[in-house]
Design a protein around this ligand. Structure first.
Ligand code: AMP
Length: 303
């Protein structure tokens, strides 16, 4: 098993969907990612929270064995907050408010142990911060990055710089179109491959996830669920399953990356079944194995 480092938001989310609302619930890209990845490999979070961040949330991650040595608790600062809503089309979040708070001035300094980790995930956060963490790493075997419209619009140049330094980009469909300035998704993915990453994973919510490399496609369906309550964190949880599996096996070959796509889809399918991390909290390794088997059945065809 190889070490996996993630930098990203650790947040308090206020989210409403047609099925309910939560206020200041545990969220953040690094939170969902690390919780999901912890089922597969040792994961280390780089980030910051304010002094208002509830201790219970830290305990929850600690109980999953997530290493938080590089998660700073900043006195006198407030935690990152995100407020969003979804309509009946749960595929697209509308951001109502983003408060960077403690992340507005966070400058990480990684320990030698973190710098040496072979797997790195630059979760959705300021691309300047993603680049700073990438710069401090010694020589990662695989680096993946996620981002969103907020940064594509607000920090495009820095994001393009970050993309030159990563192997994999995970991004949702609307954001892939926005980044590539190209409405066709296949062309958008190919244009993004030209920007740096050799693998582009386009997440399409209930329509699954498409992987495009220089020469190849792979598609992971989404698990057909009857009850989807809150899609928040689905992308980060997908990434947690994807990177977690690769770090667990210590592999990056094409066949392993395909399996990682399915583990990503498996983990995302749990997150959306409840608000915040509620469904993940009730998850067992046996649930993951069972749903992985269900995915295999779902996509299995005769030659
Ligand atoms: P997703 O997996 O795309 O649904 O990610 C949702 C998570 O991203 C939420 O828990 C938010 O706290 C977090 N988030 C929202 N906006 C930002 C942002 N601009 N930077 C970093 N994290 C964000």
């Amino acid at each position: 098993m190889a070490d996996l480092v993630v930098v990203g938001s650790v947040a308090l989310d206020t989210v409403s969907t047609p099925f309910g609302k939560v206020s200041e619930a545990l969220g953040g890209s690094a939170t969902y990612f690390s919780y999901a990845a912890s089922f597969f490999a040792p994961v280390h979070v780089v980030g910051a929270v304010g002094e208002d961040f509830p201790r219970d949330h830290l305990d929850l991650l600690q109980r999953r064995g997530v290493d938080m040595e590089a998660l700073e608790v900043r006195p006198g600062k407030k935690t990152f907050r995100w407020t969003g809503e979804y309509g009946f089309d749960l595929n697209e979040a509308r951001t109502l408010e983003t408060q960077l708070n403690v992340f507005a001035e966070f400058r990480p300094s990684l320990s030698p142990r973190h710098r040496a980790a072979p797997f790195l995930f630059l979760a959705n956060i300021d691309p300047d911060l993603q680049r700073e963490v990438r710069r401090q790493m010694t020589n990662p075997v695989l680096t993946a990055l996620d981002t969103m419209n907020f940064w594509i619009e607000g920090k495009r140049e820095s994001l393009l710089g970050a993309l030159r330094e990563v192997d994999v980009l995970l991004i949702n469909d609307a954001e892939a179109r926005m980044l590539a300035r190209q409405p066709n998704l296949v062309k958008a993915a190919r244009a993004i491959v030209e920007l740096g990453p050799r693998v582009v994973v386009i997440k399409r919510g209930e329509y699954g996830a498409l992987m495009v490399t220089g020469k190849d496609f792979f598609f992971a369906p989404a698990y057909p669920l009857e009850n989807v309550f809150d899609p928040t964190g689905a992308g980060d949880t997908f990434a947690g399953g994807f990177m977690g599996y690769l770090a667990q096996r210590g592999l990056t070959d094409p066949a392993s990356v395909r399996k990682a796509m399915i583990f990503g889809a498996v983990m995302a399918s749990f997150t959306v079944e409840d608000f915040s991390l509620e469904r993940l909290k009730r998850l067992s390794p046996a649930d993951i194995e069972e749903r992985y088997a269900a995915f295999r059945t779902m996509v299995n065809v005769e030659p």
